[in-house]
Design a protein around this ligand. Structure first.
Ligand SMILES: C[S@@+](CC[C@H](N)C(=O)[O-])C[C@H]1O[C@@H](n2cnc3c(N)ncnc32)[C@H](O)[C@@H]1O
Length: 381
């Protein structure tokens, strides 16, 4: 195994969760930035990270990192990077995405073509050829420039990691799988405690919670770009990572996770998704209006993503719904509530100030996670 620096983008605000996930896999954190974590790993780390990181958007190999304020510097410094370590002679490589913040270089198309030219220049010299057929495996690159510091990364995931493979069907406003996993892990919930999502829609929060409770790797049901990079990661390492994940999965553990929704059509999707994820037998999904929420036990958790009124005409009904939520939740004895919404004045309509509030930004959405803490259950003697 050799030293490989990996970098993973995540939703802004969940860096602490992702950092813990990476450390739990046994890797050393090198840098934590807003929406991005860089860490030290090896070839097996690429497989494990893809399979296990619940809150990472993708796993990338950091090929290089340098300052550049001119296209000439970008060209020269890209050419100096050891591309031959990563890209074989038949590899197809291109800059898939450029993001530039507060930097002199910002034109994506120019940055894309200069980086490609510099790579071709170096690889031509190394391989002693003038032309690359590029008919082999794919090597998509992602480039991030922040305050003139350029990071060039190879995307080892391909499709974003929130695409676990189980959610083929979604309701109108589904929460992303990574955000659902982040909400759950930002709370102190564990499988000993009850979890209810009264607005479960396509089931994302209960499904993610069940996978956490069973210690099920979220990425077992999909493929990764880096599986084709056989000169970097021998196929036996992928098999090893999958075997490890299957070995530690706990299929016998008992827990109480439920999802309710008033829309039976949406619940059908949730059931289908839960089945795809392999957790349909361990979660309870039921048609129920949030106003009917009741539970005989104390100290449970509501983790949920209620409607937030996308359209202007929905806003009023959402305000009324938030008020009714508080009335309904007051039937639960000493529970904790973790409610995510992008509706700005949530606390005002819900009628209670959150104990803690956390901003979470995704590319498209700015939301707040409102946290209301119940007591912990007394320790068993
Ligand atoms: C933002 S969506 C939840 C999306 C879900 N987290 C997912 O990943 O698909 C809100 C859900 O609340 C449901 N809903 C709205 N009013 C409700 C009520 N009074 N009781 C129960 N469910 C309700 C809607 O049917 C919708 O599925």
């Amino acid at each position: 195994m050799s030293y490989i620096e990996l970098t993973t983008p995540c939703i802004f605000g969940v860096e602490t969760v992702l950092k813990k996930e990476i450390m739990d896999l046994g890797y050393t954190i090198k840098e934590v930035e807003d929406g991005r974590i860089t860490y030290e790993a090896d070839e097996l780390g690429i497989c494990r990270s893809n399979l296990w990181l619940r809150t990472a958007e993708r796993v990338m190999i950091k090929v290089g990192d340098f300052e550049a304020t001119s296209f000439e510097a970008l060209f020269q410094k890209t050419k100096d990077l050891p591309w031959e370590r990563w890209i074989p002679q038949d590899g197809k490589f291109w800059v898939k995405k450029v993001a530039s913040i507060k930097s002199k270089l910002f034109s994506p198309s120019d940055i894309q073509s200069i980086i490609k030219k510099a790579m071709v220049e170096r690889l031509k010299r190394i391989h002693g050829v003038n032309w690359f057929k590029e008919d082999g495996a794919h090597y998509p690159l992602r480039v991030f420039i922040k305050k003139d510091r350029v990071s060039i990364c190879l995307d080892a995931s391909g499709e974003a990691l929130h695409r676990r493979g189980y959610r083929t069907l979604t309701s109108k406003a589904p929460i992303s799988e990574t955000l659902a996993a982040a909400m759950i892990q930002l709370s102190p919930w564990n499988k000993e405690r009850i979890l209810v999502d009264p607005f479960c829609g396509s089931g994302t929060i209960p499904i993610e919670a069940a996978m956490i409770a069973m210690n099920m790797a979220p990425g077992l049901n999909r493929e990764y770009e880096a599986e084709a990079w056989k000169h970097i990661i021998p196929p036996k390492l992928w098999l090893r990572a999958v075997d490890e994940a299957n070995d530690v999965m706990d299929t016998t553990s008992k827990f109480s996770i439920s999802g309710y929704d008033m829309d039976y059509k949406v619940l059908k999707l949730a059931r289908e998704n839960a089945k795809n994820a392999g957790v349909d037998h361990v979660i309870h999904l039921q048609e129920r209006d949030m106003r009917q929420i009741r539970h005989p036990k104390k100290y449970g958790f509501v983790i949920t993503n209620p409607p937030y009124g996308e359209r202007l005409e929905d806003k009023e009904s959402v305000m009324a719904l938030y008020k009714e939520m508080k009335v309904a939740f007051d039937h639960l004895d000493n529970w904790s509530y973790y409610i995510i919404t992008s509706f700005d004045d949530f606390e005002r309509y819900y009628g209670k100030k959150a104990d803690k509030k956390r901003k979470l930004y995704t590319g498209m959405m700015k939301a707040n996670l409102y946290q209301y803490f119940g007591d912990k259950p007394p320790r068993r003697k």
